[in-house]
Design a protein around this ligand. Structure first.
Ligand code: MN
Length: 207
């Protein structure tokens, strides 16, 4: 949905991912951090009616078409809005605990085993210095790739479509895990909803 952008409902209680991700972190992350990206994105576009009909994905995939004075705000806050909207889907509770079907086949053919893929995504998250995200993306050629981005930079900015991503900003884990990003990432795998990942992968590969 285009401007005015709205904070999407989480679809599950803030406590639903306990003990892996605590309720207070979820409440602040969704209700304060994500809400701020939405508000700041709307503020950036408020006086630019020509761009208010664009979806956030379209804004991010053609940033250089925007007036220069709002490019950074849209990059940071549009990225923040899009990345978090996807993130809440990928970790919702009650889904499949392991990959299956087409995404499983693709993971095996690219990384040999699911465990090897998990190690690579974890490593990408661990080696992202400062704030950012680690991603599993489908590239323009339809191939799976793992890498990380800084800040709120979104894979769509490089023409890639994310199938799974993990937020490694400190705001995603600091209340419960403090400086222990590795512990957060290890716990995070327990709440990944592979049904949503499969959906993202299917959408990315049917284009
Ligand atoms: Mn975040």
């Amino acid at each position: 949905m285009p401007y005015p952008f709205k904070l999407p409902e989480l679809g599950y209680p803030y406590s639903a991912l306990e003990p892996y991700i605590d309720a207070q972190t979820m409440e602040i992350h969704h209700g304060k951090h994500h809400a701020a990206y939405v508000n700041n994105l709307n503020a950036a576009l408020e006086k630019h009616a020509a761009f208010q009909k664009k979806e956030v994905i379209d804004l991010l995939s053609s940033l250089s078409d925007l007036p220069q004075e709002i490019q950074t705000a849209v990059r940071n806050n549009g990225g923040g809005h899009l990345n978090h909207s996807l993130f809440w889907q990928w970790i919702k509770p009650g889904g499949s605990k392991e990959p299956k079907g087409r995404v499983l086949d693709a993971l095996k053919s690219t990384f040999t085993t699911v465990d090897t893929f998990k190690e690579q995504l974890t490593q990408a998250g661990m080696t992202r210095f400062g704030s950012g995200w680690a991603w599993l993306v489908v590239d323009r050629a339809g191939k799976l790739k793992v890498y990380s981005t800084a800040n709120q930079d979104a894979p769509v900015m490089e023409g890639n479509t994310p199938a799974l991503g993990v937020d490694v900003w400190e705001h995603a884990y600091y209340l419960k895990y403090q400086n222990r990003r590795a512990d957060y990432l290890k716990a995070w795998w327990n709440v990944v909803n592979w049904d949503s990942v499969a959906q993202s992968y299917d959408q990315a590969t049917k284009k």
